[in-house]
Design a binder for this molecule. Sequence first.
Ligand SMILES: Nc1ncnc2c1ncn2[C@@H]1O[C@H](COP(=O)(O)OP(=O)(O)OP(=O)(O)O)[C@@H](O)[C@H]1O
Ligand SMILES: [Mg+2]
Length: 410
Amino acid sequence: MPQKERIVGVDLGTTKIAAIIAEVDNNDLKVVGVGSTPSYGLKRGVIVNLEKAVNSIQKAVDEASRMAGFKVDACYAGISGSHIESINAHAMIATSRSGGVITKRDIERVLEQAQAIALPLDREIVHAIPIEYMIDNERGIRDPVGMSGVKLEADVHIVTAAITSAQNIYTALEKAGLKVKDLVLQPLASSYAVLQSDEIDLGVGLLDIGGGTTDVAIFYDGAIRHSEVIPLGGEYITNDIAIGLRTPYNQAESIKKKYATLIISPEEKKEEVKVPGIGGREDRNVTGEILYSIVSPRVEEILMITNKAIKRSGFSDVLAAGVVITGGTARLKGLDRLAEEILNLPVKIGIPKRLGGLTDIVLDPIYATGVGLILYGFEKKNQMLIPRAKDIGIFDAIKKRFEEWFTRYF
Ligand SMILES: Nc1ncnc2c1ncn2[C@@H]1O[C@H](COP(=O)(O)OP(=O)(O)OP(=O)(O)O)[C@@H](O)[C@H]1O
Ligand SMILES: [Mg+2]
């Protein structure tokens, strides 16, 4: 029997590494393995200790492989961290065929040209995603192949990353025995898991609030328009609980998960929360109100910074589908209500879409990126591959741009 096609997603989170294995079954996806382990060696979304990261990845992948009953050797991996930058570039070419029928090759050329931006030596392009095409000044075209025109233009969302951070991901996964099929911006991956296509058409903000980062992506009229990574997440809240209540970090983490809330009733205010003491000191009790007074300002701060990011995108006034929040911190009770107040937009908590197989395990906001990586890989295999500047060579891309310009004007 021929082996079924498999897609593997490895989410390199600051607090956990999640490996998810899916099988393609008659054009449907079936989750057959899930492995999740605490993540060591990452800070605010980037690898800072290679050996520890490799060990964590190996554990997660082994766990998923054991569950699936086979070994895997290639994956899609997420990339995040405050080194991520995004810009929207514009490119223009003269179509190559006489008669002006636009071909796939023309699309490749215009996208290659959009990537021929002056890229600093220490950065690489992670994504070049077409937003819209224009043919002879006619805007809003999504699929120009087969249409006629002499001038093809494209607006392209380009995401770049620090080469060192990207390289560390390749190295860590290779040392753990996995080739990287593609690096995917984490919020873009999460969007595949939690957003509906009508939300992407109407305009929607996606927030993945994890442990170390808050990843932001803005979608409008069917395409991603803005992306950025804010280096703050749930760990920021836990740290303050540990300091404020003078308790070890791991105890603060359990207290947060168990008792923290952003909508507090008069009864909850008075409720006692047991706080284990540090270094053999006696346990104490604090009220729910004290815990609330520590947690709430930290979450407000994260949301206020996020609000600025949404405003910076220039799309805050047209997000008709509001904001979808996912990632582990989305589990915090009352987060949707507080976010609605601060962002002044309707908010929904994003749970990954239901796939087949072991789907119940991954119906949790912490798996949005992992599930999204699989959906991204699945969709990509059915799509035309867009060459990236790093694959065609940035100098070739720049040369091509000059050639275009030359043929057009001389
Ligand atoms: N019930 C809960 N209440 C509050 N916070 C929670 C809850 N469950 C998980 N979290 C928080 O979610 C965070 C982990 O989320 P997630 O797994 O999405 O992060 P990550 O992917 O490891 O990190 P990142 O994406 O930031 O690199 C932790 O800070 C954890 O404390
Ligand atoms: Mg994450």
